[in-house]
Ligand binder design. Structure first.
Ligand code: NAD
Length: 279
């Protein structure tokens, strides 16, 4: 097991983000500090939480207890749907800030666009305010389709540094990625392992066998070589360590193409369709 730190990617606002981070969706609040402590000890320097996950407190606790300087760990949280709108978002952030207890937050995201509610532009204005006040360093979005990103652009708002979307071999999000590339918005993959569902695919087993690695490592390496940020989740120490041990091998073109060919488009989606999720 190598304690290789993840490389960082440049955000358009001048900051940098570790390309491989640690997700804590569905990590039980009581187990979160322990899981994050294992991740930090394994070399992760980027943690992805959200108000929805109800475990920001555990994330903050583990980061504070780690002995690492605050600036060595990149922490993301997100505003949940029930707090969209300018004033509600400012209040929701104040609570996240208190629960994390880390001072400045590295990245604050709008969790879902909820387009029919038509509040995400005002919500994003609140993110700009928080950045202006120095309480968050970078601002971005999650689950935004190109039309939602266009609405922010037309409103004259700052370009999000990244868009965190469901992305794995069965849902490769060509359209969202292409828009991001055109506008300097990095793509971050949530459910990078398809929530575990892609891992028994024989193509991945084949690639893994060729390198003496696991299917999860093959998938994560595929994402990294395509230039994406990934935030795999696990509460199992051995898997937490396995998922960051992906810097000692390189997939070749044929292996990359074999994984590319697993795209099932919309049929591969495991989560909500962003445009239709409004409650
Ligand atoms: P994931 O693709 O990271 O899959 C996690 C699951 O895969 C684990 O629960 C485990 O069952 C399995 N797994 C993990 N490592 C493994 C390994 N090495 N071998 C075998 N199985 C393994 O899915 P996720 O947790 O849904 O997504 C990752 C992170 O993305 C979340 O924790 C969260 O931070 C974020 N997320 C964001 C959104 C959003 O709407 N913005 C939605 C879902 C998740």
């Amino acid at each position: 097991m190598t304690l290789a730190p993840s490389p960082t990617l440049a955000l358009h606002d001048g900051r940098a983000i570790p390309q491989l981070g640690f997700g804590v969706y569905k990590t039980p609040p009581a187990q979160t500090a322990e899981a994050v402590a294992v991740a930090l000890a394994a070399g992760y320097r980027h943690i992805d939480t959200a108000t929805l996950y109800a475990n920001e407190q555990g994330v903050g606790e583990a980061v504070r207890a780690s002995g690492l300087d605050r600036d060595e760990v990149f922490v993301t949280t997100k505003v949940w749907n029930d707090a969209q709108g300018y004033d509600a978002t400012l209040a929701a952030f104040a609570e996240s800030e208190r629960l994390l207890g880390l001072g400045v937050v590295d990245l604050y995201l709008i969790h879902w666009p909820q387009p029919a509610r038509d509040l995400f532009v005002d919500t994003y204005r609140a993110l700009e305010t928080l950045k202006g006040e120095g309480r968050v360093r970078s601002i971005g979005v999650s689950n935004f389709e190109p039309e939602h990103l266009e609405a922010l652009r037309e409103a004259g708002l700052e370009t999000p540094v990244l868009n965190q979307v469901e992305l794995h071999p069965r849902l490769q999000q060509e359209r969202v990625r292409a828009y991001g590339e055109r506008h300097g918005i990095l793509t971050q993959a949530w459910a990078p392992l398809g929530r575990g569902s892609v891992l028994d695919d024989p193509v991945l087993a084949g690639v893994a066998a060729e390198h003496g690695i696991t299917p999860a490592q093959a998938v994560l390496r595929w994402h990294l070589q395509q230039g994406r940020i990934v935030i795999p989740k696990s509460v199992t120490p051995q898997r937490i360590r396995e998922n960051i041990d992906v810097f000692g091998f390189v997939l070749d073109e044929a292996q990359m193409a074999a994984i590319d060919a697993l795209d099932a488009g919309e049929a591969g989606r495991t989560g909500k369709v962003p445009g239709d999720f409004n409650d």
